[in-house]
Design a binder for this molecule. Sequence first.
Ligand SMILES: Nc1nc2c(ncn2[C@@H]2O[C@H](COP(=O)(O)OP(=O)(O)OP(=O)(O)O)[C@@H](O)[C@H]2O)c(=O)[nH]1
Ligand SMILES: [Mg+2]
Length: 359
Amino acid sequence: MPTNVSPEYKKAEAAFRQTREPTERLEHLREMLKTIPKHKGTEHLQADIKTRIKELTAEVSGPQKGAARTGPTRVIRTEGAAQVALVGPPNAGKSLLHSRLTGSRAESAPYPHTTNEPLPGMLMHNEVQFQLVDLPPISAELMEPWLPNAMQPAHAALLVIDLHVPGCTEDVISIRERLAEKRIILSDDWRGRLPGGLVEGLPGTEPVGSAPPEPEQPGDEADETIFHTVLPTLLVVNKVDLGLDPDEVTALEELVEARYPAIAVSAATGEGLDRLGSMLRRGLDVVRVYTKVPGKPPDMERPFTLFRGDRVIDVARLVHRGRAAGLKFARIWGSGKFDGQQVGRDYLVEDGDILELHM
Ligand SMILES: Nc1nc2c(ncn2[C@@H]2O[C@H](COP(=O)(O)OP(=O)(O)OP(=O)(O)O)[C@@H](O)[C@H]2O)c(=O)[nH]1
Ligand SMILES: [Mg+2]
């Protein structure tokens, strides 16, 4: 049921949606709780907000006295351009992939349920770092109760499958359902366009991906989906070294309604893995921005990474943390602007831009 809320609430809600940083999220949640109209129609939402506040407080403050009952939150703080969760049925090869892609030496073994804890690792691609998080498997019978919460900070998911396992298609469907029950949506909607069809090179579908998001029209109704975690998902068809039967691919494509972009790989031989980084970068629309100080050449080694749609002020937040409000203007090189042209805080940055921030 739609609930009318105040502009203050809408503002806090939008801010919450904007950030995945736990302490900032917590701040926006508290503001949402403060500004939500207190009546019967908002009781559910109020309860949801309170639950998220509790979860995030635990996460931000770390292990607490008495936490043994529920255990640690197992939430990995995001580092790099984006956090990407590895999900899939048991034994699909998530950990071997993780190990290959990040050098993590994640434990991998020829029997199911080898992984019990989340493990972060960095995948580098063209100066962009993707934080891959290896996770325990999900099956129709079993999903660690903490897993949905551990997926909260993720920006995307890799759904790793082994098509040689009978019932693989049903596994994918159960995984989608189990996560959806916990309000984690494995979506086929990527910001940037990616090749469609389950496996590139095989008969497929239209490219998937969407136009850049329209600026949101601030309505006056509470967004009932605010606590859904929508993760653009890439289907990683693993173990292609064992052969790939196009009929199995087609069967999977027919049964799984979502047309995830997909990539066929082998964690064992490394085949196809080099394309993963570029697919993530295109799909997530990662933008690299370089910074310089006046009179000095820019640092072209370590870009700051943002997403398409981000602005000069977002770069300032990354560079200066809590002091971004002190940004006066920036000079920009790239972007089809005159070199060194002055731009304001709301100027949209593009890949390869060089910025000189004047605080
Ligand atoms: N032939 C082949 N075997 C693979 C490949 N990737 C993984 N394996 C094997 O598959 C088995 C399971 O690999 P894991 O990496 O432990 O799989 P997992 O998905 O992490 O399993 P859980 O932790 O139980 O969820 C191991 O014996 C791996 O060596 C691959 O690309 N080709
Ligand atoms: Mg594993």
